[in-house]
Write a protein of this length. Sequence first.
Length: 55
Amino acid sequence: MDYGVIQGIITIVVMLTFLGIFAWAYSSRRKDQFDEAANLVFSDDESNKSAGEQK
């Protein structure tokens, strides 16, 4: 194998990895988990405010 073949194989592996991550991130099965993770910041603020009010 010469350098060009190895470079082509690496390119294909990187492209397939990118497409796999893209499909995983935009999968409808993961939407609920990503929405919950996106709202964690807001729920943390609410719990800190209520904890501060209780003191």
